[in-house]
Design a binder for this molecule. Structure first.
Ligand code: HEM
Length: 400
C-alpha cells in the first residue's frame, strides 16, 4: 500500500468527472496523467490483443471508456421517432430498434406510483452484476453470458437468493423477443441499465449489445458476501480488473436497495433513507452514527467505508457534492463490469440511445412525512410493501 492512499483514492474519484464532464480543462488532464501513473486500468476480453488499427468504432469507444479517456454515461443520445414496429423490415435494419421496444417495456415495469424504482429494478441491477461477476482473471470462463438465467444459477446458488423473480421475468422477456435474435446476456445487461436510469438521479450508463450466451454454469464462489472484510472484497474485485475506487462506485447501487436475506427478520429494510432513489445518501448513512431505526447497513459496506484504501473515494461520493462524480464513476465501472468475460467486444453495437432519459434535476421525496414515520418507526408491513413497489407510502397504521 502507498503512503498516501486517501489522497490518491479521492483523486481517482475526482478524475471520473473528466469523462462525465469532458470540458473540465487542464487541471483534470494533469490529474488524469497522475491517475495513469498511479493505476493504469486494465483492458479486458479481445481488447487485450487487438491493435488500435483493428478496432471498430465501437471497440475503440469501449477501449476509451475502460482507459478513462471517455465517459461511461451518455444523457442525451436518442432514437429517431417514430420507432418502426417490431417485426418490420425497418426495425430489422437497425440492431437497436428491437432494443427500444424492450427498453420501453422494461422501464414501465420498473417504476412505481412514487416514481421511485421498484423491486424489479433493484433486482435487475443486482442480476446484471451477478451474471457478469462470475468472471475473474484467476478462473476459466464465466462473465456476462446470460448463464445466471440460462444455467439456472439464479435458482441453484444461495448467492443469488432474491433474484428468482427477476430471472423469471427475464425468461419471459427472452421468450417474447428471442425471435428477433437477442441474447439473454444482453437482455440482462439492458435490464440493469434501464433499471439504473429509471431510478431517480441514476446515470444513463452506455449500453452495448452483441454478447454471446452460454448455458454452462459459470465458476461459483466469485460473488461477494455481506460479511466479508475490505481485504477480501478489494482482492476479489481486483481479480475482476475492478479497482478499489471503482468498487466503491459500484457498491453505491445499494443506495436503492432493501435487503431481505441478510437479516430476514428485517426483510425490506433499506440501506439508506431514500430507497428507490439513486442518491448519495447511502454513502453518508453508512458512516453516520445517527441513522434512523429502519436503515440496515451491510458490514461489508461499513468495512469498505473505513478502509484506508477506499475511504477517500467513499468520502468523495458523500453529499453534498458526491452525486456527479459518483454517477460518472459508476457508469464507467459498470461498463467494465458488464463486459467481463466478453470476448467479442470489438463486434458489439452501442444502443445507449434506446434508454429512457435520466432524471437529473433532483427528486423531492413525494411522501416525505410518511417516509419519516417509516424510517423512525418499528417495522411496518404496509409501508415496506409500498416501498418495495416504488409506490407512494400510505398513511399507515403502526403495526408490525
Ligand atoms: C462489496 C460487494 C457487494 C456485496 C457484499 C453485496 C451484497 C449484497 C447483499 C447482501 C444484498 C442484499 C440481498 C438481499 O438480502 O435481498 C445486496 C443487494 C443489492 N446489491 Fe449488492 N453487494 C455488493 C456489490 C454490489 C454491486 C457491485 C452491485 C451493482 C453494481 C450491487 C447491487 C445491488 C442491488 C441493486 C441490490 C438490491 C437488490 C434487491 O433489492 O433485490 N451490489 N447486495
Amino acid at each position: 500500500m502507498r503512503s498516501f492512499p486517501i489522497a490518491v483514492t479521492a483523486l481517482l474519484a475526482a478524475v471520473d468527472l473528466v469523462s462525465a464532464y469532458p470540458g473540465m480543462g487542464q487541471q483534470m488532464d494533469e490529474l488524469m496523467s497522475l491517475k495513469e501513473r498511479q493505476n493504469t486500468p486494465e483492458l479486458i476480453g479481445d481488447l487485450l490483443t487487438l491493435a488500435d488499427e483493428e478496432l471498430t468504432p465501437t471497440g475503440a469507444a469501449i477501449k476509451a471508456i475502460l482507459l478513462n479517456q471517455a465517459a461511461g454515461q451518455d444523457a442525451t443520445s436518442n432514437v429517431t421517432l417514430p420507432v418502426p414496429p417490431k417485426g418490420s423490415a425497418a426495425c430489422a435494419a437497425d440492431t437497436c430498434c428491437i432494443w427500444k421496444h424492450i427498453a420501453d417495456e422494461m422501464a414501465s415495469a420498473m417504476v412505481g406510483s412514487a416514481l421511485r424504482c421498484n423491486n424489479l429494478a433493484r433486482a435487475a441491477i443486482r442480476l446484471g452484476f451477478h451474471d457478469a461477476g462470475t468472471w475473474s482473471k484467476s478462473t476459466v470462463g464465466g462473465g456476462a453470458d446470460g448463464s445466471a438465467v440460462l444455467a439456472r444459477e439464479c435458482e441453484n446458488r444461495p448467492s443469488n437468493n432474491g433474484l428468482q423473480n427477476v430471472c423469471s421475468q427475464m425468461r419471459a422477456w427472452h421468450q417474447n423477443y428471442q425471435v428477433y435474435g437477442i441474447s439473454m446476456a444482453d437482455l440482462i445487461q439492458m435490464g440493469a441499465n434501464v433499471a439504473t436510469v429509471v431510478c431517480p438521479l441514476g446515470p444513463r450508463v452506455r449500453t452495448f449489445v452483441g454478447r454471446v450466451d452460454s448455458s454452462t454454469p459459470n465458476p461459483d464462489g466469485l460473488l461477494p458476501g455481506a460479511f466479508q472484510s475490505a481485504d477480501e472484497l478489494i482482492a476479489m474485485f481486483e481479480d475482476k480488473t475492478i479497482s478499489p475506487a471503482a468498487l466503491i462506485a459500484l457498491v453505491g447501487a445499494h443506495s436503492t436497495s432493501q435487503q431481505r436475506f441478510v437479516d430476514q427478520g428485517r426483510a425490506g429494510d433499506p440501506q439508506d433513507r431514500t430507497p428507490g432513489v439513486w442518491d448519495v445518501n447511502f454513502y453518508d448513512e453508512i458512516k453516520s452514527t445517527s441513522s434512523p431505526a429502519r436503515v440496515f447497513k451491510f458490514q461489508s459496506d461499513i468495512n469498505l467505508s473505513v478502509d484506508p484504501r477506499t475511504s477517500g473515494t467513499w468520502n468523495a461520493f458523500m453529499s453534498p457534492n458526491g452525486q456527479r462524480p459518483w454517477n460518472g464513476a459508476y457508469a464507467r465501472a459498470y461498463v467494465r463490469l458488464s463486459l467481463l468475460g466478453v470476448n467479442n467486444i470489438n463486434d458489439l453495437t452501442e444502443c445507449t440511445k434506446v434508454l429512457p432519459p435520466p432524471i437529473t434535476d433532483g427528486f423531492p421525496i413525494p411522501d416525505e412525512v410518511e417516509m419519516g414515520r417509516f424510517l423512525q418507526g418499528p417495522r411496518n408491513r404496509q409501508a415496506t410493501d409500498a416501498l418495495l413497489e416504488g409506490d407512494l407510502l400510505p398513511e399507515f397504521v403502526e403495526n408490525l
